[in-house]
Ligand binder design. Structure first.
Ligand code: PLP
Ligand SMILES: N[C@@H](CCOP(=O)(O)O)C(=O)O
Length: 430
């Protein structure tokens, strides 16, 4: 599969090149040249396929011929080594738990998949690759874990100082080896802007190979489409009109769901559930796209003021506003509403959600008011104990810590504070 830049000012390129570059030379996000729907029989017989087989069929076209079939099978097997269960709350609402991986966030799948692709491309290469990542909380930990010890790859993670949870910070600052954490005096969008600026800085790119492990990288982004297929496999017998409510920040995940839909997955509708960082909610109301500096919320991983992937979403729906509105609704909720939802989910269903999942739950409730026959699945994108202060405070119950969280608790944070792009550049050049 070849990929083109959504800025249309760079040559089309291969999967390998798109992964190694991260962003196109014209600063555009890469997008596949073609999306060939899977045969109807794939969806009719999905019960006979295991997750690895589903993943192989769904991803093959996007990575071929750069990743041979047998290598893809191994990458998938190593990536999907945990479960993706759907938990039913009531007749109209379920949740898809995406937090059973090593860092207990949905980013684990994309990070592990991309690390293995890059490892494969790099196996005979003596040149090192530097992976730059901006994180509002979870990408950093997942990428640190996924890329730890990968030969020929150095990872540099930028995170906004004081704006990630204590456990998220431990996950991204304590691993050492080939992982370096930079604590940025700013918000997530400042981190993301610095990363994008580095890609365009010829002084840097002439002497080092830079790539991104944010969802702008196709190898980090595309495997996320599998979640929607795994949920469908679990629900399609009991429910017809399946709708996904996706807690959204950089909009990579909901956009991956739309790719699954393009492959033929029968999804009735998407809901982008937002906190107060609501540029897309406002766009769907006004048709005016107005990125804003992000504001801090209790669902911190969604504190994104200028979502990178919105341009891919517009591409999927041919830049047609009405087409987009037919497929996507968006609602935005306050921290107070999120806390009330956390309590409601706990009291009514004896289920402990995390603040991001709670925003997704609120999106389901809002949508179901006018679409009572749908079955709405909200994505539980991170484990509740990653946000211990908020969750224990709201449900007034102590939570047992899973082993993945316990393993980072006592470790010492190592991070370098930076306050400007020049500072980042100086560190990269060192
Ligand atoms: C826990 C959690 N929920 C939701 C999101 C938002 O996902 P996306 O950026 O793909 O919209 C993120 C970060 O990306 C996250 O870490
Ligand atoms: N919410 C993310 C922000 C970056 O998103 P990505 O999917 O583009 O990596 C985070 O937790 O860091």
């Amino acid at each position: 599969m070849n990929y083109y830049s959504l800025n249309h000012k760079a040559p089309n390129t291969t999967f390998k090149d798109a992964v190694v570059k991260g962003l196109a030379p014209d600063k555009g996000l890469y997008f596949p040249e073609r999306i060939t729907p899977l045969p109807a029989s794939f969806f009719e017989n999905i019960d006979d396929l295991c997750y690895n087989e589903i993943a192989f069929e769904a991803l093959q076209q996007f990575v071929s011929p750069d990743i041979p079939k047998d290598v893809l099978k191994t990458i998938i097997e190593e990536t999907l080594s945990f479960d993706f269960p759907v938990v039913k709350l009531n007749d109209t609402i379920s949740t898809l738990e995406l937090f059973h991986g090593p860092t207990m966030a949905f980013k684990d799948v994309g990070a592990r998949f991309m690390a293995r692709c890059l490892g494969y491309f790099n196996q005979n290469n003596t040149n090192e690759v530097t992976v730059l990542v901006a994180t509002s909380g979870d990408t950093g930990g997942a990428v640190a874990n996924g890329f730890l010890g990968v030969k020929g790859v150095n990872v540099v993670i930028l995170y906004p100082s004081g704006k990630v949870s204590e456990i998220q910070e431990k996950q991204l600052t304590t691993l050492g080896q080939n992982i370096k954490a930079l604590e940025v005096d700013g918000v997530f969008d400042d981190c993301q802007d610095m990363v994008k600026r580095a890609f365009l800085d010829e002084e840097l790119t002439s002497i080092m190979q830079l790539t991104s492990a944010n969802s702008i990288n196709v190898a980090r982004w595309l495997p996320q489409l599998l979640y929607f297929m795994f949920a469908y496999k679990q629900l399609h017998k009991s429910h017809k009109d399946i709708v996904f409510s996706v807690p959204s920040g950089n909009f990579g995940n909901v956009c991956a769901g739309m790719m699954a839909q393009q492959l033929g997955l029968p999804i009735k509708h998407f809901i982008a559930s937002n906190n107060q960082n609501n540029v897309v909610t406002n766009y769907l109301k006004t048709e005016i796209y107005n990125p804003k500096p992000s504001v801090q919320t209790i669902s911190n991983a969604m504190d994104v003021g200028n979502p990178s992937n919105f341009i891919r979403i517009q591409e999927i729906y041919n830049n047609n506003f009405n087409n987009l509105k037919d497929n996507l609704s968006s609602y935005s909720f306050t921290d107070n509403e999120t806390k009330v939802a956390l309590k409601e989910i706990y009291n009514n269903y004896n289920y402990v959600a995390d603040p991001h999942g709670a925003v997704g739950y609120l999106g389901c409730k809002a949508y179901l008011k006018s679409n009572p026959n749908a079955h709405c699945v909200f994505l539980e994108t991170a484990h509740p104990t990653k946000f211990l202060d908020v969750v224990e405070d709201v449900i007034t119950e102590k939570q047992p810590l899973p082993k993945q969280i316990q393993s980072v608790m006592g470790k010492e944070k190592v991070a370098t504070k930076i306050s400007s792009y020049n500072h980042l550049k100086a560190l990269l050049l060192k």
